[in-house]
Ligand binder design. Structure first.
Ligand code: PLP
Length: 488
């Protein structure tokens, strides 16, 4: 059990234990919790390579959490079990010139399951440790995948309610049905007339509204977050970077101790930041490629040092990366420049929509792929290898090709593969052949099954026939009122 202290990114004196940080989700001043000191992995890679995914998770998570060994092992065993369709949990597959870390073998077919299947256990354990007797209300903004993964994780969990906000017109048909057909009395799903940034800003403002917080406390509720602003979302993601490395060594792609590269399809900067923490723990990483779609705010940031959200928002075929305010970058920023500068930059971001810093982190490159490059990547890679990747993974692979060309870096590359192609069947099939444009997304699943040789995953079989249980739609400025109306 670690006695790590977490501190705010905008104010060092805001401090919390891991349990407190997980329950609060966000600092009272709107900042995020980061570890005061980043721990070191004391166990050698050789030792770690003998462990199962669950035991490896224990070694990593115990560095970050204040839970007892029994508590933490119970969380891990509850999360990483038969819910995943493979005992490997996160298989590494070599195809072409890359290793694909497949993070989509959980119930909702996207990498969000890696963290959201364990977060409810973390919350219950943290609530017990902190003696919280209130009902925990999880507020979640989603660009498509977090929502379903959080619903799946929290549905039916006693002592919790979960409310999910998704962009009504900004998710794939499968993503939408996954959410609106969600069962469980403690679940609430709301389509908003706005984009992910609108939803995330509204949720953040609810968290920092003291009056509302007090009112809810009286009614027996406390808020928490299932977004990657919650440190409890981030730390479970560190585990699979170690797992990918050790699997790559076992498969002979590199020797133990040599450096490995990772390309990460990025939206809110949570996944790649977890990789960066893995490197800080001691994992031999050569370089990270931060891959964006047309919403390439991070690409520009890593090239110029200016973060500028004043630009057109694009709805793309990789909707889970359609984000202009990438929350977790604040954490990296704080590790680079400290609290005072971060606080000033975040104020500028909220007032002027931009800020400029000297980027001292040299191990991350920004790259991006256009819509056409994303489509072409899916098609060309399938023709070469027979492997079908989803649109987000394709953005990453295209970014890797650009990075390789520019840098001549020939270290082995892991493509962090964040979703199953079935979650984005329509776009994947259209990428393979335009003739599919006129066909129904659900009918196309059987075609995808035939050409890829991968069966339709059980959780989405027949999804188009399930009853729609959630029909709420809400204006983007009415999110707070909706929450009040629902709870009070
Ligand atoms: C959430 C998501 C991403 C982006 O991950 P971040 O942690 O927000 O950077 C990429 N791909 C898929 C499929 C996702 O669901």
């Amino acid at each position: 059990m670690a006695n790590l202290i977490y501190m705010g990114t905008r104010d060092k004196s805001i401090q919390a234990t891991a349990s407190q940080a997980i329950l609060r989700g966000i600092c009272p001043d709107g900042g995020l919790y980061i570890p005061e000191v980043i721990p070191t992995m004391e166990k050698s890679l050789e030792e770690l390579s003998k462990l199962s995914y669950q035991d490896l998770a224990y070694e990593v998570l115990s560095l970050f959490l204040d839970f007892t060994e029994d508590e933490l092992r119970a969380c891990i065993n509850g999360a990483y079990d038969e819910k995943f369709d493979t005992t490997e949990i996160a298989p590494v597959v070599q195809k072409g010139d890359a290793l694909f870390l497949e993070l989509f073998h959980g119930r909702t077919l996207a990498f969000k399951d890696m963290a959201l299947s364990i977060l409810p256990y973390f919350m219950k354990t943290a609530a017990k440790r902190e003696g919280i007797d209130k009902e925990i209300v999880i507020l979640t903004a989603t660009s498509g995948d977090t929502g379903k993964a959080a619903l799946e994780g929290f549905a039916g969990v006693e002592g919790t309610k979960i409310i999910v906000f998704f962009p009504e017109d900004g998710v794939s048909p499968v993503q939408k049905l996954q959410m609106t057909t969600q069962e469980g009395e403690n679940t609430c799903v709301v389509g908003i007339l706005g984009n992910f940034d609108d939803a995330q800003s509204a949720v953040k403002s609810i968290f920092t509204d003291e009056n509302l917080g007090e009112e809810l406390k009286k009614r027996g509720y406390v808020f928490s977050s299932a977004n990657s602003i919650n440190i409890g979302r981030l730390v479970p993601q560190i585990v699979y970077y170690f797992h990918a490395y050790l699997s790559a060594v076992k498969q002979g792609a590199l020797k133990m101790g040599e450096e490995l590269n990772f390309t990460v399809p990025t939206g809110n900067f949570g996944d790649i930041l977890a990789g960066w923490y893995a490197m800080k723990l001691g994992l031999p990483v050569g370089h990270f490629v931060c891959a964006s779609n047309d919403n390439k705010v991070l690409y520009d940031f890593f090239r110029t040092g200016t973060y500028d959200r004043n630009r057109q928002f694009h709805v793309t075929v990789s909707p889970s990366m359609d984000i202009l305010i990438s929350s977790n970058l604040e954490r990296l920023l704080c590790h680079m420049v400290g609290q005072d500068a971060t606080k000033a930059d975040m104020a500028k971001l909220s007032q002027e929509g931009k800020y400029t810093v000297e980027v001292t982190e040299t191990k991350i490159n920004g790259e991006y792929a256009t819509e056409k490059e994303t489509y072409d990547t899916i098609k060309n890679f399938f023709e070469k290898t027979g492997y079908v990747m989803d649109t987000h993974t394709a953005v990453a692979y295209a970014a890797y090709q650009k990075y390789k060309e520019e840098s001549k870096d020939d270290r082995p590359m892991v493509i962090v593969s964040t979703a199953s192609p079935y979650k984005f069947t329509k776009d994947v099939m259209m990428a393979l052949d335009e003739k599919y444009a006129t066909q129904d997304a659900f009918a196309l699943m059987s075609v995808l099954e035939k050409i890829s040789g991968v069966s339709i995953p059980e959780p989405i079989q027949g999804i188009e026939k399930r009853p729609i249980l959630h029909k709420n739609v809400c204006d983007r400025d009415k999110i707070k009122d909706f929450v009040k109306g629902y709870l009070l």
